[in-house]
Design a protein around this ligand. Sequence first.
Ligand code: SME
Length: 184
Amino acid sequence: MVHADAANFASDLSKEQVYDLVLLQAESLMSDQRNWVCNTANIASLLWHAYKSLPEPSSHVNWAGFYTLDRSDPSGKSLILGPFQGKIACQAIAFGRGVCGTAAQTQKTQLVPNVEEFPGHIACDSESKSEIVVPITVDDPNNEGGRKVVAIIDVDCAVENGFDEVDAKYLGELAELLARSCDW
Ligand code: SME
C-alpha cells in the first residue's frame, strides 16, 4: 500500500536499520508498480526522509535523487535530471563529466569525501561538500554479458565526509533492486 507514513523513520535507528527499512519500503512500493518515474519519485522521498531521521553527517544531506539515461540523445551517453528532493539541479550531464558522469561512464560507485578535490565536479549547489553516486545497470541487449547504465542515484551532503562504505553498500543494493523492479 502506498502511504505517506512509509517515509516516517524513528529517530533512534542506526544508519543500517534505516537503510534496511528503505529497502523494505522500496521493495513494497515497487511490488505492483514498474514505472520508473513513479518509483524513482517515491524513492527520492524515502531517501530524503531517511537521511533527515539520522544524526550528523547524514542529516546534512541536501540533495537526493536520480539522473536517468537521456533517450533523446542518440549517442546514448548523457544523463538527464530525474525525480529528486532538494534544490533545483543541473539538467543534463554527459557521461564522463563530474561525479555523476564518471559513475555512468565507469559503471562504478563514486564515493567522494570532498567534492572540491574531485576533478571536474559539477557544482550545482555550492553548499554540497561531499557526494555519493551509484550507477543503476541492466543487461545490455547490444553487448552480450555486458551491462548498460539506465540511471544513477545521486546523494549530496552539505558537510565533508558525508558518506561511507555503509552508504555505498546499501545504495548499491537499492540500485540493484531498482534495476530489476522498473521497466527502464
Ligand atoms: N555534483 C554532481 C552534479 C549533480 S548535482 O550534485 C545534483 C556531479 O558532479 O556530477
